[in-house]
Ligand binder design. Sequence first.
Ligand code: GDP
Length: 454
Amino acid sequence: EADFEMLETAAEGPEAIRYLPTLPVVAIVGRPNVGKSALVNRIIGRREAVVEDTPGVTRDRVSYRAEWNGRHFTLVDTGGWEPDAKGIDASVAAQAEVAMDLADAVMFVVDANVGATSTDEHVVRLLRKVKKPVYLVANKVDDVRQEPNIADLWSLGLGEPRPVSALHGRGVADLLDLVLDKLPEVSAVAKREVGGPRRVAIVGRPNVGKSSLLNKAAGEERVVVNDIAGTTRDPVDEQVEIAGKVWRFVDTAGIRRRVHMQQGADFYASLRTSAALEKAEVGVVVIDVSEPISEQDVRIVDLVLQSGRALVLAFNKWDLLDDERRWFLEREIEQDLGHVSWAPRVNISAQTGRHLEKLVPALELALESWDTRIATGKFNAFLAELVAEHPHPLRGGKQPRVLFGTQASSRPPTFVLFTTGFLDPGYRRFIQRRLREIYGFEGSPIVVNMRVRE
Ligand code: GDP
């Protein structure tokens, strides 16, 4: 083991191994400029220069894998989109809503130097309804002499204000100890009982038919009202029976609730998508076939890839398809979704209910791939044959060799190759293609990492 240096490489979805399915989720909520991103940076130990909260800035990433004292959790930064002064209340309310639905614990950050503003009070009214731990974080307490200033924050009614300096790190360790102490090992929101229903996130841009799909599935079939004995069900999830099998659709509140916001609607939609995927095992990306496949559709597919979840593509509004549009659609799929040609496709009409039942085998196939484990012996036989037929090309007179390999984890299947040199990206892609040829993995991303012996 000591002979090998870990290299973080994967030709397909380098981010895919970041998330484990059931890590508990901590969400950070707060007005612009209170120091949310500084706190995120501090907690995840990001070495990059600290990004200040800047009005109007949209950060792409919202979820981060974090670790404290050997415990892993997912940190969700809900404040990636900073509105102008007029939109602040709506934006912070939207943050709070996502956090309340999808996190196991919430950190509500205020600026200790400013004190509680009316926006803060507005959010607190929302947060007080949550039955999850909410921590009041008073940021920018850089110095012990400032601590008496935070006494006023008791009046918010969120309990003891916790002084921190995200910038200097002061108090952050104590805060994390506190939060982690009450955080479940496994996300309560994402919990799946052994043999319990599998978790599905229906995602897609607005108006593609997500809620129609959910309503049709829930209405015509049967919404399962009774909880399985001894399990807790999150109120934002719905259990639905389709063709004799029960599924748990996560974050259906996000689908049913229509947030009308002038600013930042896209950001909150992707925040919600990412957060729902955290809770899910498989993402169904709904695409409206009556319109050209858009950049936003592709971005949502890529969010599923980044989340490392299984993927099913649902082409909806099939009833609206004529021959001409169909011709274009096939070309768009080839061009824009070629990188996920391994994902099962179902052509449905959420409105008429046509072929809705085809979702079930597609979901089952994708999850089966996602769960797959290949025994080390079998995997090495596969590698030996591949290498014998197609050795790595010579590079400067040298030839990197694959010594052996193993599957490090499933969900998604993640392989590690032990090699005598850095494998070309093209060769790694070749290995991935071969893995798919032999084992299928329909509906699941796969990750191939390397450990190089120098
Ligand atoms: P969401 O925003 O993704 O939840 O989309 P909705 O479910 O609200 O659907 C948006 C619009 O598309 C509504 O007017 C639906 O009636 C319509 N719609 C949804 N599915 C279908 C379909 O399969 N065929 C047709 N023709 N219209 C659909």
